[in-house]
Design a protein around this ligand. Structure first.
Ligand SMILES: NC(=O)c1ccc[n+]([C@@H]2O[C@H](COP(=O)([O-])OP(=O)(O)OC[C@H]3O[C@@H](n4cnc5c(N)ncnc54)[C@H](OP(=O)(O)O)[C@@H]3O)[C@@H](O)[C@H]2O)c1
Length: 309
């Protein structure tokens, strides 16, 4: 985490006081939220991060910006770490910057994940600087090349920036199953700290080649679209589908627990980044860090259960 001068260095405690307000306090007492190591460094990250696509693209409306500030505050109150953003997400970078500023102090657990998204080969540094200004940070923890756009020149510049201490980690992203063959080739031929890809209970193509490639090459994995853009969890909630009896054996109290624990339990996956505009959904999502996680046999049962609903 790196802060600009406009943010105070006073840090928010993310421990007992924050958790006392959580509906998951009983579980939180019995077990720590799950953290996973970034293979290239050993640094640990909470397994539930957050996305900002659409949900934080609220423009300059102060009431909406303040509402998103509460979502971000709740994320950190419940032990959140990674916040993912991109120049592609409209006003989301400025809104995250507004929210961090409004919070008055930056949580020490913030892991800032931005993206380069421009076909201009020589714009890597200027776009990073523009994003840093919007967030109010000096150095991003992670800079990812969004959807492989102009990936070769951006990667070369990002390597230099990492060596200069201007970013801490480098990654590439894809989603919706796009360009997996090329993605895999890059994972096997370039040194990367992170990849970001789509993985959820109904879209599991990455299990075949990309997750094994990440494990083999020591690359951290960020799972985007964990709720399939929201369709999956909304369908399960709308139909009042019950959780199976055995969900309690893996400490699942909600569909958010069920869907997110499925994603973050395999060793190759480092974290999932659900996006939300609502505090109550953030509280639900962060609950998935806590308690027991499914093993492989249970994960197979989870797939069968949802497929048969
Ligand atoms: N190529 C790329 O690099 C790429 C591509 C896609 C996504 N991403 C990243 O991944 C993040 C996540 O993906 P996503 O935003 O597409 O989809 P998602 O996280 O799968 O779903 C987001 C939707 O789920 C709803 N939701 C969240 N928590 C909920 C809960 N507990 N109960 C009910 N509904 C809930 C949200 O609505 P509410 O606001 O009502 O909660 C929102 O509409 C993005 O925001 C972005 O940061 C990256």
């Amino acid at each position: 985490m790196n802060l600009s001068r406009r943010h105070s260095l006073k840090l928010i405690g993310t421990g007992a006081i924050a958790l006392a307000a959580s509906p998951y306090v009983a579980l939180a007492r019995s077990t720590e939220g799950l953290m996973k190591k970034i293979p290239s460094s050993g640094e640990k990250l909470p397994v539930i991060g957050m996305g900002t696509w659409r949900t934080f693209n609220v423009g300059s409306d102060t009431a909406l910006r303040d509402a998103r500030t509460e979502v971000l505050r709740s994320f950190f109150d419940h032990g959140g770490g990674m916040v993912d953003n991109s120049p592609m997400y409209g006003s989301a970078r400025e809104v995250v910057g507004y929210a961090l500023d409004k919070m008055g102090s930056i949580p020490e657990t913030l892991f800032s994940a931005e993206k380069i998204w421009t076909p201009e080969d020589d714009a890597t540094r200027t776009q990073t600087a523009e994003s840093a200004e919007m967030w109010g940070v000096e150095v991003f923890d992670l800079m990812q090349i969004h959807n492989l756009v102009a990936w070769e020149p951006h990667l070369a510049t990002l390597r230099r920036m990492k060596a200069e201490g201007k970013i801490r980690y480098i990654g590439i992203t894809t989603s919706h199953g796009r360009r997996h063959r090329e993605f895999e080739r890059i994972m096997n031929s370039e040194t990367l700290d992170f990849v970001q890809l789509t993985y959820n209970l109904t879209h599991r193509e990455v299990e075949q080649r990309l997750l094994p490639a990440a494990a083999d090459n020591g690359i951290a994995v960020i799972a985007n679209r964990p709720y399939d853009g929201g369709d999956l969890i909304r369908r399960l909630k709308r139909t009042n589908a019950p959780l199976p009896d055995w969900a309690s054996e893996i400490d699942c109290q909600t569909w958010a627990d069920f869907l997110l624990k499925f994603i973050v339990s395999p060793p190759a996956v480092t974290c999932a980044i659900p996006a939300t505009s609502r505090v109550e959904h953030m509280q639900e999502n962060m609950g998935a860090r806590l308690g027991r996680m499914p093993d492989e046999a249970t994960r197979k049962k989870m797939i069968r259960y949802v497929e048969n609903l």
